[in-house]
Design a binder for this molecule. Structure first.
Ligand code: ATP
Length: 407
């Protein structure tokens, strides 16, 4: 048991150090000693995070006809949070007292104009307060949803476990508006949709568990909640959640819907699938991290699906001091691949072995090398991240070769 714990702790340390070494994630305000609960996203971390968000948006917004996106302001009037009960109830216990975890700020410059505001602790309310705007602008029929991706802030008493519990993080949320009598049907529907997305993005489903949250542990607005938990190295803890928020929020904001089908005014009920971007990122890295032995050395690599990987392929000239190799690699391989796939990088640093190790840790599925044979027969080596095997591919067929693999 003890050994297992050490191994799990080591795994977290390895992930944190890989994320820094390979330019995924840095501690916030690091050169001034760090700032608990904040992280800065480096080039590859940002690329992976953007891919997660884009994949989510594509599935839940772009490929549907019943979903409306919104990007609401982070600063909202304090009345919003008074109405929802957050000012009174959004608290964690601290030495027996309730400590409100909303981050308070003030806006306005002149004394009589200064108002208290809060950095939103969830993205959900940005959607509810725009319910009427959305209905008036798009005239959607029930059921329909609103979706938002954006930052949320909580003054967590004890930020910890890398990205798991931060003070500034990101959420991807849906508020799905339905008729009250349909709630069970749509609750089950969204549960399945969430599971499908997790698998699609590459989260290890053997580590995902459903927890039916008992009444005492549910938020005050929820009549049913399922937490999707994940086996992190530091324990089985929440990844995402699904809640039946009833008509609590729309009623709170005194909002209604004119039901043309049934006639008259009504207040729709809400099913809310919520996804933490940072926890999705962490679960994905933990699911993808692998170690094996190559050429007598232990190597670590991130086995991302190519569609989600921060880099699709890296291009290298075998030797960087041979202008004919560099010229060929740049003009005939790198430039066309870059303009086709975007997520393509040039890597001529160190020897080939070192480049492969680096790209393995970034999770790059294919490394392409231009060598002396290329100059005579117009083929390159394509090395596969997972097997380490190399194949010679015609330069003229490279784009379709990678496209086929991506599909
Ligand atoms: P927890 O019980 O872990 O504090 P929660 O139940 O308060 O989480 P929700 O209010 O349901 O979380 O927030 C929705 C999602 O936002 C969570 O499922 C999680 O993925 C993410 N999330 C919440 N708090 C944090 C945080 N401090 N850091 C990173 N992600 C978070």
């Amino acid at each position: 048991m003890k050994k297992e714990n050490t191994e799990e702790n080591n795994l977290m340390e390895k992930i944190v150090s890989l994320c820094k070494r390979r330019g995924f994630i840095f501690s916030g305000s690091e050169i001034y000693g760090g700032f608990a609960g904040t992280y800065d996203w480096g080039h590859f971390g940002l690329a992976l995070k953007n891919n997660i968000k884009q994949n989510w948006w594509k599935k839940f917004v772009d490929s549907r006809r019943d979903m409306y996106g919104i990007d609401a302001a982070i600063l909202m009037r304090q009345e919003v949070w008074q109405a929802t009960g957050h000012v009174a109830n959004f608290a964690d216990p601290l030495d027996g007292k309730a400590f409100n975890t909303m981050l308070k700020t003030q806006v306005g410059a002149k004394k009589d104009e200064i108002a208290v505001s809060y950095l939103r602790p969830e993205t959900a309310q940005g959607m509810f307060v725009n319910f009427k705007n959305t209905v008036d602008a798009f005239h959607p029929k029930l059921p329909f949803g609103m979706a938002q991706i954006g930052k949320a802030f909580r003054n967590e008493i004890a930020p910890r476990d890398f990205l798991f519990r931060q003070r500034e993080f990101e959420q991807m949320e849906i508020e799905y508006f339905i008729r009250a009598e349909d709630w069970e049907k749509y609750f089950d529907y969204w549960k399945d949709e969430m599971l499908v997305w997790m698998e699609e993005v590459g989260i290890d489903m053997s580590k995902v568990h459903e927890l039916e949250v008992v009444k005492e542990d549910r938020a005050h607005y929820s009549s049913r909640t399922i937490d999707f938990e994940f086996d992190y190295p530091f324990g089985k803890k929440e990844l995402f959640g699904l809640a039946y928020r009833t008509d609590f929020d729309l009623k709170t904001h005194k909002l209604e819907y004119i039901d043309e089908e049934e006639g008259g005014k009504m207040v729709p009920h809400v099913i809310e699938p919520t996804f933490g971007v940072d926890r999705a990122f962490l679960a994905l890295i933990l699911s993808s991290y692998k170690e094996d032995e190559k050429d007598g050395e232990v190597r670590s690599y991130l086995k991302f699906k190519p569609s989600i990987a921060p880099v699709i392929c890296a291009v290298s000239p075998l030797l960087k001091n041979k202008p004919e190799l560099v010229e060929y690699a740049n003009t005939k391989v790198f430039v066309p691949l870059k303009s086709e796939f975007g997520r393509v990088i040039w890597d001529d640093n160190g020897n080939i072995g070192k480049r492969y190790r680096r790209q393995d840790e970034i999770g790059t599925p294919w490394c392409i090398v231009v060598d002396f044979d290329t100059l005579t027969n117009n083929t390159v080596t394509v090395r596969d991240r997972d097997t380490g095997e190399q194949e010679r591919v015609k330069v003229s067929e490279l784009i379709s070769y990678i496209k086929d693999k991506l599909d």
